[in-house]
Design a protein around this ligand. Structure first.
Ligand SMILES: *[C@@H]1O[C@H](CO)[C@@H](O)[C@H](O)[C@H]1NC(C)=O
Ligand SMILES: *[C@@H]1O[C@H](CO)[C@@H](O)[C@H](O)[C@H]1NC(C)=O
Length: 324
């Protein structure tokens, strides 16, 4: 019986190889991808500046420069770093950015954001600006991906409630396997407030309660208050979201056992499978065909050499054996 199992395993592996071969070939480098390699790309932990549309505090409309271009200004300065908000390529975790004092114009802008009259529209350079410029080459102009901060909250007569915790999801363009690490290029992103209704929950403004954590991230704000923003930043190696239901789930770029490891594991496994398949079909199978006809236990034996009387049922389950 052990021999049947082995035959079945080899044949199944060979079939898997045939099915996966196109996938494997799709990962081979192309000329276009090779040209892309000359463009700058982020390295792990490189800072990424967040720039936002400058808006008029009176109307909420964006400021237009003389050349009709939109004015992009740095995100407000965080008290923690004394710098405008930055993310770091591939780095996941909690980022705190306390805007030390909400000015009168900024308060009015927050009203526009919360009321969804205008988005808190920001952007990130998809690739870093190179430090050295090659003489004679056109200076590299970065392209930007939009990053909307979907701030949520409610407006009151004298104050506003703002959900100060935001999830930030950032995607890289898919990694090319000739790159040693991540692609280093940002594909897309989004930031959104979590639990925007937390301040409505009875008792949430008081002590304790089952929504205490959510209530903690809901701020009652007046002009002059500090605004403590917290961001849970997660990175994804492709534009796709992680899959569950028994499939590979992305656990972060900082984690070295990620899909890339799994991909290379798969390549190594397939290489092994191909060698076994070649050996099986090139050496073992002809030898066995010579010695005896295929029996009922051979999945691929259906319709081949049925002189023994046993016919495979296609699933490698032996029905009856004429001889062995
Ligand atoms: C945004 O635009 C306003 C109005 O033109 C201007 O006063 C302000 O300085 C600009 N903000 C920044 C950070 O440049
Ligand atoms: C800002 O940082 C300084 C120095 O760390 C600290 O004393 C101050 O309380 C902070 N302000 C806010 C609003 O968090």
């Amino acid at each position: 019986m052990a021999r049947h199992d082995r035959q079945w395993a080899s044949a199944a592996a060979a079939a898997t190889t045939l099915l996966l071969l196109p996938l494997l070939l799709a990962h081979l480098p192309t000329a276009a991808a090779a040209a892309e390699l000359n463009l700058p790309s982020y390295h792990y932990s490189d800072p990424i500046k967040v720039e936002c549309m400058n808006r008029s505090a009176e109307t909420g409309e964006h400021i237009q420069l003389a050349n009709n271009e939109i004015e992009w200004v740095p995100f407000p300065v965080c008290n923690e770093t004394n710098k405008p908000l930055e993310f770091h390529y591939g780095i996941e975790g909690e980022v705190t950015c306390t805007i030390p004092m909400v000015s009168d114009p900024f308060f009015h802008l927050l009203e526009f954001y919360l009321h969804a009259d205008a988005p808190l529209m920001c952007r990130l350079a998809n690739r870093p600006t190179p430090h050295v410029e090659t003489v004679g080459e056109r200076p590299y102009t970065p392209e930007y991906i939009p990053l909307v901060f979907a701030l949520a909250g409610t407006l009151q007569m004298s104050h506003l409630h703002i959900a100060t915790h935001l999830n930030v999801l950032l995607h890289s363009t898919p990694k090319h396997h000739i790159h040693p690490h991540d692609s280093g290029v940002i594909d897309s992103g989004i930031a959104y407030s979590t639990s925007p209704l937390a301040h409505n929950v009875p008792g949430s403004e008081g002590a304790g309660g089952r929504t205490a954590a959510a209530a903690e991230n809901s701020r009652r704000l007046i002009i002059g208050d500090p605004l403590p923003l917290t961001f849970s930043v997660r990175w994804f190696p492709t534009p796709q979201l992680p899959k569950t239901e028994g499939r590979v789930e992305w656990s972060g770029m900082g984690n070295h056992v990620g899909p890339s490891t799994i991909f290379y594991g798969l390549v190594a496994f397939l290489a092994g499978v191909i060698v076994s398949a070649v050996y099986f079909f090139g050496t073992v199978l002809p030898r066995r065909l010579k010695s005896r006809s295929l029996g009922g236990a051979t999945p691929l034996g259906y319709g081949i050499g049925t002189s023994s009387g046993g016919v495979g049922n296609g699933w490698g389950i032996a029905t009856k054996r004429a001889m062995d």
